[in-house]
Every structure is written in structure tokens, then in C-alpha cells.
Ligand binder design. Structure first.
Ligand SMILES: C[S@@+](CC[C@H](N)C(=O)[O-])C[C@H]1O[C@@H](n2cnc3c(N)ncnc32)[C@H](O)[C@@H]1O
Length: 331
């Protein structure tokens, strides 16, 4: 059994991102306690879990209990897969119902008594304790360093436009499509979504109506070492003309929200409807589309009219005058 700690700012999207990646690996979510997920999956899921973006860490779940006393009792019996020295580190979640004060010391003493050495400054193994409705202890296997994502934020890229999504959100959109091989972004802008997809090893296809964006996205992709891309100057409402005889496994995109500059003179809602139609036509049957729309556009109704099925919808307030939904649809 594995555990996964998801991030708290878009928790439902984070859980569904994990679910999508587990489905690729043949595993599933076995339980949830606030931001702590129990995963019915083994080592074979690591490559898919390593793709995650809205996650803090994952590891091997060793014990779980209804109380601290029960946790300590079980800790005396179980096998601890500890390598070298260890340290106990506690995560007290907002829903924690137990008194975790002194728990690192108590659990540390139990594990020490089993023959392992403590090292508080440079441990080889981190034993993580999570307190929520129940208590859990596991071994951290992978930590998702925020610095990896921060380094790809818009202002760190050679071609900079302030229109980009946060890299974590871009990657989550890619993952929610369950893409294995390739992805299309028909409103690619500076290429933020394509960068994340390319770094996951997917072949990326992009479209933008502005020549400077096509050039800029290419500059950004190359800067991050992504070579397997096809970028086109063109209109997201005419994808079948841009890619004749091509059907895409997945689409992830963030269309313009309504400033005249990014809409290139088109009426917003008409652009969204026409682009949805075109995306539907070029998407494979069973393929997924992950897309952002401002909250005042009913993306669900418009997509369902075309035959899409809603798989997930997640709300995000960006600032006073912009709130949006991220949608995941299946054809
Ligand atoms: C919100 S931005 C996308 C940002 C992108 N996700 C990123 O991370 O950089 C929307 C982009 O859509 C482009 N655009 C607007 N109308 C378009 C159309 N009809 N077809 C293709 N691209 C269009 C704009 O030029 C703009 O670059």
C-alpha cells in the first residue's frame, strides 16, 4: 500500500489527477483522509505517480490506526523498511483529531528500540506521520520539490508573457487527460502546457493565431530541452484543416479569457463554441479534453451539446475579476 499527500489549494483536482495517473498504472485510490490518500498500488505505479504536479509527496504506508496509542502499539510489531538512519516527521492536517505533541519522540523511541539509528539533521530515511481523522505512518519515497515548478514559471522563461497558467496547473491539465503519447494545445500562447507535457516525454502539438506566440513557444520548448514538437500558426476553430487526417489522443488548453488583445478580435463565447466543435472533431473516441473557461461561460452545457461527457470540474478564483473552472471532458 502506498500513500500520497496532495496539495490543498485545488484538492479535488489534485485527487482526480492522482486517480488519472493511477488508472494509467492499473491502481486506484483506496481511501482518503483530507489531503492524505491511501493508494492501492505498488512499485509499478511509480513512473505514473512521478508525473504528478498537485502533490507534495508519496511513500510506502507502513501502519494506520484509530489512535496514537494503537499506532505506537502497531509500530512495535511491523517491519520498518528503513534504510540507514531515520527521523520522524509529523504532518498535522487541518482535520487532525489527535494529540500529536511529543509523537515524533515517542514513535522515534519505538523505532529506535527496533534497532534503527536516529539522525535528526541528515536522516537517510524520513518516517512521515500524518494526523487526520485517523493516524498513519509511512516512509517517504518521493518529495515533489516546489522549486522544480517555480523555475518554469512564466517570468523564468526566455519568452515571457504574463498569460500563462502556473506550471503545476498546466501539468495537472495534461495528467487529467491521461495522455500517454501525445497532446495538442490549440491556444498554446507561450507554450506553458506544452512545456509540461514535453517534459513528461509526450509528443506535443501546438497552435496559436499569433506568429509571435508560435515563435515564442518554440523558443521556450527548446530552452527546456523539448524537441518532439509540431507548432502551427492558425486558428483553433479550424483544427481539422491544420492537421488533416490526424486524430489526437488528448487535448489540454487554456483559451483567452476576454481581453481584446488575446481574443484577436473575436467574440469570446462564439470563439469558445467553435473551438470546442473543432476540438471534438479532431479528438479520438475515448480521448480527453482538459480546458479552462471563465466561470460565466457554461462549458459543461456547451460541451455536452456536442457529445462530450463531463469527467470533472474544478473551481478556481484567480483574482477579483477572474474566476474560472477547469473542466475535463471525454469524447
Ligand atoms: C490564455 S493564452 C494561452 C496561455 C498558455 N496556456 C500558456 O501557458 O502560455 C491564449 C492564447 O490563445 C491565442 N488565440 C486567441 N485566439 C485564437 C484562435 N482563434 N486560435 C488560436 N489561438 C488563439 C492567443 O494569441 C493567446 O496566445
Amino acid at each position: 500500500m502506498l500513500y500520497l499527500e496532495i496539495l490543498g489549494n485545488l484538492p479535488e483536482m489534485a485527487r482526480d489527477e492522482a486517480k488519472a495517473m493511477l488508472e494509467l498504472a492499473g491502481g486506484e485510490i483506496a481511501g482518503q483522509d483530507y489531503l492524505f490518500l491511501k493508494l492501492d498500488a505498488g512499485e509499478e505505479a511509480f513512473p505514473c505517480l512521478d508525473r504528478l504536479s498537485l502533490a507534495h509527496e508519496y511513500g510506502e504506508l507502513v501502519v494506520e490506526a484509530d489512535s496514537i496509542e494503537e499506532l505506537l502499539e502497531k509500530a512495535r510489531e511491523v517491519e520498518w523498511p528503513i534504510r540507514g538512519t531515520f527521523k520522524v516527521d509529523t504532518e498535522t492536517m487541518a482535520n487532525c483529531r489527535h494529540d500529536t505533541l511529543d509523537l515524533p519522540r515517542k514513535l522515534g523511541a519505538v523505532i529506535h528500540a527496533r534497532g534503527f539509528r536516529v539522525n535528526l539533521s541528515r536522516p537517510d530515511t524520513l518516517v512521515r506521520v500524518y494526523c487526520g481523522e485517523r493516524v498513519y505512518a509511512g516512509i517517504r519515497l518521493r518529495f515533489f520539490d516546489p522549486k522544480d515548478f517555480e523555475g518554469r514559471k512564466a517570468h523564468h522563461r526566455p519568452f515571457f508573457r504574463p498569460i500563462s497558467l502556473h506550471p503545476r496547473v498546466s501539468r495537472a491539465l495534461v495528467n487529467l487527460t491521461k495522455a500517454r503519447k501525445e497532446i495538442l494545445d490549440p491556444f498554446m500562447g507561450a507554450g506553458g502546457i506544452l512545456m509540461e507535457a514535453g517534459l513528461l516525454g509526450l509528443k506535443v502539438y501546438g497552435v496559436d493565431i499569433k506568429p509571435e506566440m508560435v515563435e515564442g513557444a518554440e523558443t521556450n520548448l527548446r530552452h527546456y530541452g523539448i524537441k518532439d514538437y509540431t507548432l502551427k500558426l492558425g486558428d483553433a476553430t479550424k483544427l481539422e484543416e491544420l492537421f488533416p487526417n490526424k486524430e489526437f489522443e488528448a487535448i489540454a488548453t487554456d483559451p483567452p479569457y476576454g481581453t481584446s488583445a488575446t481574443l484577436a478580435g473575436r467574440r469570446r463565447d462564439e470563439l469558445y463554441r467553435k473551438a470546442l466543435e473543432s476540438m471534438y472533431r479532431v479528438l479520438k473516441k475515448g480521448g480527453r479534453l482538459a480546458i479552462a473557461f471563465p466561470a460565466d461561460f457554461d462549458g459543461k452545457a456547451e460541451a455536452e451539446k456536442l457529445g462530450f461527457r463531463l469527467v470533472g470540474r474544478y473551481y478556481q478564483r484567480v483574482h477579483k475579476s477572474l474566476d474560472r473552472y477547469f473542466y475535463v471532458f471525454e469524447k
